[in-house]
Design a protein around this ligand. Structure first.
Ligand code: NAG
Ligand code: NAG
Ligand code: NAG
Length: 373
């Protein structure tokens, strides 16, 4: 603000450049009309890469249950808890982006169902390029889907919806429902996905449910799952036991008594990433139909398993807590360490790329010290 004079020459220059650019654009814009004959008809170019599935009727918007507000503790709950209670009964939301029918046309061995926030474009791109790449491993088909809601911010929402529409068109890997993508709505995302899978990808033998910031060693997962029967119970991950609701309001995991009176959670697997079989997915759907939704998604699945008389199990290769992710304290990381694991939480997008590249080096020699950088 001190030196407005100095702004003038660049401003003049900018105007000149702008005018030139405008002329150039105008010129370019006019040009196609002179060679329209050789152009292909526009309609053929607009054909989407994926055939669109038939439109379904839109469910009516779910109305908040205002009688929950009568509870004496309701008013002093944080907004996210009040929001959760008001909409706890809402389970039907329109699908904004669907997967192409080809997604599960052939036999799918492992379906990667990755929970992602609408704005996490870079994370999705890196997952697509690394461990989430759709391919055959040992002859078995891997498929990928991102599970997304909508941005709660009304200014952001239309923009990210356009982004997701574009990604769906290009990659055919977006399942987006019309609900606010928030931490306490992750259970809803899980429930809607399992319902979608029942009709649209029922033949997937196994599923990986996880977050978009994990590093999943999908080749190792296939080797491990090859020894399992999709028609039997399987639910493995980072097992968490002997914990209960956190009653401190400051916590991200705060769950007040108005949500549950229970002081203990059943055993469950950390939501960062867990594997389940086709059999167990069907069992979870049965429980989901009768249980009230619980705001913490991984705990909710533990409740569903318990309801069905099933137990989650631990897999030492799945670390969603307690292991040093590369970014935390180490300035470099050893791919040989990750070579043995199935899944590790908290990777930055570029770290995923480095690790994936290192693990796929044909001459990765373990035994002696090897580092990516
Ligand atoms: C609305 O909330 C009340 C009080 O918690 C509950 O009894 C009722 O079943 C709820 N209604 C629906 C549709 O979930
Ligand atoms: C979940 O999504 C619904 C639909 O968008 C919204 O009304 C509700 O407030 C959300 N709940 C939470 C806890 O964010
Ligand atoms: C799913 O698998 C069963 C048996 O393996 C088969 O009969 C059925 O046609 C398959 N469905 C689809 C949609 O591929």
């Amino acid at each position: 603000m001190k030196c407005p004079r100095q702004l003038r020459p660049p401003l003049g220059l900018a105007l000149a450049v702008g005018a030139f650019a405008f002329l150039l654009l105008f010129d370019l814009h006019r040009r196609p009309s002179t060679c329209a004959v050789s152009e292909k008809p526009r309609a053929t170019r607009k054909t989407p890469a994926w055939p669109t599935p038939p439109a379904r009727p839109r469910p009516a918007r779910c109305q908040p249950n205002s009688s929950v507000a009568a509870h004496p503790d309701f008013a002093r709950q944080p907004l996210r808890v009040r929001d959760f209670l008001l909409h706890r009964h809402c389970r039907e939301f329109p699908l904004l982006q669907d997967a192409p029918p080809a997604k599960c046309a052939g036999p799918v061995f492992l379906l990667l169902a990755i929970k992602s926030s609408p704005g996490n474009y870079e994370r999705r791109e890196l997952v697509r390029r690394t461990w989430g790449r759709e391919r055959r491993v040992r002859g078995l088909q891997l498929r990928r889907l991102f599970l997304v809601g909508t941005a709660a911010d009304p200014l952001q929402a239309p923009k990210v919806n356009r982004l997701l529409e574009m990604e769906a068109r290009t990659h055919g890997d977006i399942l987006q429902w019309d609900f606010h993508d928030s931490f306490f709505n992750l259970t809803l995302k899980q429930v809607l996905f399992l319902q979608w899978q029942e009709t649209r990808c029922a033949n997937a033998s196994f599923m990986l449910n996880g977050d978009d910031d994990v590093f999943a060693h999908t080749d190792n997962m296939v080797s491990y799952l090859q020894g399992c029967d999709p028609g039997h119970h399987l639910f493995v991950g980072h097992l968490i036991q002997n914990v209960g609701p956190i009653r401190a309001q400051w916590s991200k995991y705060y769950v007040p008594r108005v949500v549950t009176q229970e002081e203990h959670y059943p055993p469950y697997c950390g939501g960062g990433g867990f594997l389940l079989s086709r059999f167990t997915a069907a069992a979870l759907r049965r429980a989901i139909r009768v249980l009230d939704l619980f705001p913490i998604d991984d705990v909710f699945l533990g409740m569903c398993l318990k309801h069905e008389g099933l137990k989650p199990a631990s897999h030492s290769g799945i670390r969603t807590a307690g292991v040093l992710a590369p970014s935390q304290r180490l300035s470099s990381f050893d791919p040989c360490f990750y070579r043995e694991l199935l899944l590790v939480h908290r990777f930055l997008p570029y770290e995923m790329l480095l690790m994936w590249d290192a693990l796929n080096q044909p001459d990765l020699a373990c035994g002696k010290r090897t580092q990516v950088y």
